[in-house]
Ligand binder design. Structure first.
Ligand SMILES: C[S@@+](CC[C@H](N)C(=O)[O-])C[C@H]1O[C@@H](n2cnc3c(N)ncnc32)[C@H](O)[C@@H]1O
Length: 219
């Protein structure tokens, strides 16, 4: 999925991925990562997700990265946050109140943008990308994070031939391959097809949502 695709989606308001409330999988499983409340959290491909607000309310400074400036402006406006734009290297950055929301391409991020962050929340980021980009996404994420990080990852898994992405199907064996060398725990694995009548009407026969805790090796 190239940048133009996402810019067009935001311009046309085709943002069915955006949820009007905090993701219950986040609130249920985030505490199991065992992170200190002041640990910064990176939310790649963040959109205007309310999950960032919840993470901030738990005490975490939040670093987001998002292509669409309008998404970040909408996040600040709709949540009544006093955030301000400035320039951080090649990225415009909307910051304040514990948020640093970088506007630009995930693949252009350097370690300096992340200030040594060691915690990641990925909901609808990995699954937003086609298979070749997923490989590049995880490789870049792992390069930027270095050692000893933790991540909460939410995926969808369905017969890919039944529907084009996004969201793309990311089967369990692909997650295990992408995160080779990491500790991978499946926290929840649920059949959610009934919650997605549109997908069912499109002919989808199975849809599983998985929540992973992923932990990088410390050595
Ligand atoms: C499916 S949405 C999910 C947004 C958010 N995670 C959520 O849960 O609502 C994917 C988002 O990633 C952004 N995006 C896609 N490719 C990107 C890239 N290379 N760098 C930064 N943002 C990107 C899109 O603009 C879009 O807002």
């Amino acid at each position: 999925m190239e940048a133009d695709f996402w810019h067009a989606r935001w311009q046309r308001g085709e943002i069915g991925f955006h949820k009007q409330s905090t993701n219950p999988l986040l609130t249920r499983w985030w505490p199991s990562l065992g992170l200190a409340a002041d640990e910064p959290v990176w939310v790649p491909l963040c959109g205007k997700s309310l999950d960032m607000l919840w993470l901030r309310e738990q005490g975490h400074p939040v670093i987001g990265v998002e292509l669409a400036r309008s998404a970040l402006d909408a996040f600040a406006r709709e949540q009544g946050l006093d955030l301000h734009w400035s320039q951080r290297d090649d990225f415009a950055c909307l910051a304040g109140q514990g948020f640093e929301l970088l506007c630009g391409d995930f693949f252009a991020l350097c370690p300096e943008h992340l200030h040594g962050v060691r915690a990641v929340y990925d909901r609808a980021a990995l699954i937003a990308l086609p298979v070749d980009m997923r490989e590049r996404y995880v490789a870049h994420l792992r390069t930027l994070l270095g050692r000893a990080w933790r991540m909460l990852l939410v995926t969808l898994d369905y017969p890919q031939e039944q529907r084009p992405g996004p969201p793309f199907s990311v089967p369990d064996d692909e997650v295990r391959l992408l995160f080779t060398g990491c500790r991978i725990d499946v926290l929840e694995d649920t059949d959610v097809l009934a919650e997605h009548p549109v997908f069912r009407e499109q002919g989808m026969t199975s849809l599983r949502e998985r929540v992973y805790a992923i932990q990088a090796p410390t050595v």
